[in-house]
Ligand binder design. Structure first.
Ligand code: ZN
Length: 353
């Protein structure tokens, strides 16, 4: 037999698959609030200052800043959830992949472009904007009030248009200090400066962040071993914020649902809302009461409800809501009523059209 098969097992494919495996297992981020720099203000607290020292974002050195693209979606409980865009954020060793948020945004934009009716045009434009990936910056830093914990992460939105975001303020300081002395680098680990981050709540409850630099030039630490262990700390941003998720996961998220992994079926499923869960239970109870009594005594009344494997209190299942989300409407051509909770737009009755 000739040794010229036109199929092969390639190292490339094996490594690519392995990288995907690594990234999907990373989705089980262990939440530890100490991993995040605490810049929140407690109820009634008007202002606070946090003193930090920036670390190079990569363990190999370089800049302290890392930019990523994220989608954000307001949940039904009013809280925001953030999703790394797998299409626009380059992740080491992982190919960029399709993103349902980006698809929805692009399709809505195309519809808006073609639309002549101003109300409909605005409706599509809003969906396009709400689902567009936005820029966020991340830094890795040492919280001087909690050095023992080691590196913490801080993520803040980019203010590229207004140039008044946290990133801009830090870069401005870097430039101003370099103007005074061209050899001075405010971010230097050896002879740079700490940053003082001050968060203030205004009369309108809006928070503002001010950045100033410390008065004195200091090293990251006088203890070289400690400084090196901070710089080389292997904890990455995706361990803390969660990395890019699979298309299947995001397909559930884009509909405003919380994805949970169903081990039995080996796939992501949407977590049921309390109402949906109650409705499903009632439906099953009703179906069961119609059944001929099972004389074997082995009625399984939970057979068609699947649960999250780790926590039996989290029910999941197929989306049972009769309302369509913008994704279903625009991407799948559903004509059912729009889910107002997910897209707070389109005040005119009868939308979508
Ligand atoms: Zn995206």
């Amino acid at each position: 037999m000739e040794n010229n098969l036109d199929v092969a097992i390639t190292s490339e494919e094996i490594l690519k698959q392995n990288n995907e495996e690594i990234s999907s297992s990373k989705s089980k981020t262990n939440y530890d609030k100490n991993n995040y720099l605490d810049v929140s203000l407690k109820e009634g607290e008007k202002t606070k200052s946090v003193r930090i020292r920036l670390l190079p974002f990569s363990t190999n050195g370089g800049t302290p800043f890392k930019k990523i693209k994220m989608h954000s979606l307001k949940q039904q409980d009013g809280k925001w959830k953030f999703y790394v865009c797998p299409n626009q954020t380059g992740l080491e060793g992982i190919e960029r992949s399709k993103c349902p948020f980006c698809e929805l945004s692009k399709n809505s934009y195309d519809l808006a472009e073609k639309e002549t009716d101003e109300v409909k045009k605005k409706y599509y434009k809003d969906i396009a904007f709400n689902n567009m990936a936005k820029d966020y910056w991340m830094v890795r830093c040492i919280d001087r009030a909690d050095e023992e914990y080691g590196p913490k992460f801080w993520r803040f939105s980019s203010s590229a248009k207004k140039h008044d975001g946290v990133y801009d303020k830090m870069i401005n300081l870097f430039k101003i200090r370099a103007e005074e002395d061209k050899d001075f680098n405010i971010f230097s680990l050896k002879d740079g400066k700490d940053m003082i981050v001050t968060i203030t709540r205004g009369e309108d409850n809006k928070k503002t962040v001010t950045i100033t630099d410390a008065g004195k030039v200091t090293p990251l630490s006088n203890d070289m071993e400690k400084a090196e262990s901070w710089v080389k700390d292997p904890k990455g941003w995706s361990d803390v914020f969660g990395g890019a998720k699979s298309f299947e996961y995001l397909l559930i998220a884009v509909s405003g649902k919380t994805p949970i992994f169903d081990k039995a079926e080996g796939k992501w499923k949407p977590m049921l809302s309390k109402e949906e869960f109650e409705a499903k239970k009632a439906e099953q109870a009703a179906a069961q009461s119609d059944e001929v009594p099972d004389l074997t005594g082995k009625i399984d009344n939970t057979a068609s409800i699947s649960y999250a494997p780790q926590d039996a209190n989290i029910p999941c299942g197929n989306i049972t809501s009769t309302k369509s989300t913008p994704y279903q409407m625009i991407m799948e051509g559903s004509t059912e009523k729009q889910n107002d909770d997910v897209a707070p737009i389109g005040e005119a009755d009868g939308l979508p059209f």
